[in-house]
Write a protein that binds this ligand. Structure first.
Ligand code: IDP
Ligand code: MG
Length: 143
């Protein structure tokens, strides 16, 4: 392991699975040169999502977010590589797909759907601390 080698949690949200973009997202991660080192499809229940999105509890989009994220299957994966946490966040683009840079996953493939919660295809951990916490939630068997 080199000093900057990291792991990040990526989720392909229910909109990404429904729109058959699993392959597109994984292909982008792999073409960028990151390794997928763990992968699963699951139906996330409320308890799991409440742990994952705890920082957003009480915000106006919290309930719609939990409802949306439990509305269908999601894909959880761990991507690995040097500075992958920052790298995948850049690949995903900013939260609001309307203004996410073209070239990013959200900028190329998502848009405002007029829903209470922003549907933006993917989640990526935002720091090393979040990555460790989130990987433990979705991949407890790796702990
Ligand atoms: P991130 O996914 O870009 O890290 P966060 O601020 O962590 O964004 O928010 C988690 C998720 O909650 C977003 O990806 C998006 O789906 C939703 N969300 C965030 N902010 C808003 C908002 O202001 N309105 C509606 N939905 C939001
Ligand atoms: Mg976030």
């Amino acid at each position: 392991m080199t000093a900057n080698r990291q792991r990040t949690l990526v989720l392909i949200k229910p909109d990404g699975v429904k729109r058959r973009l699993i392959g597109e997202v994984i292909a982008r991660i792999e073409r960028k040169g990151y390794s997928v080192v763990a992968l699963k499809m699951l139906d996330a229940d409320r308890a799991l999502l409440a742990r994952h999105y705890g920082e957003h509890e009480g915000k106006h989009f919290y309930e719609p977010l939990l409802e949306f994220m439990s509305s269908g299957p999601i894909v959880a994966l761990i991507a690995e590589g040097e500075r992958v946490i920052e790298g995948f966040r850049t690949m995903a683009g900013v939260t609001d797909p309307t203004v996410a840079d073209p070239g990013s996953i959200r900028g190329d493939l998502a848009r405002d759907q007029g829903t209470k919660v922003v549907q933006n295809l993917v989640h990526g951990s935002d720091s090393e601390e979040s990555a460790i916490r989130e990987i433990a939630i979705f991949f407890p068997e790796l702990a």
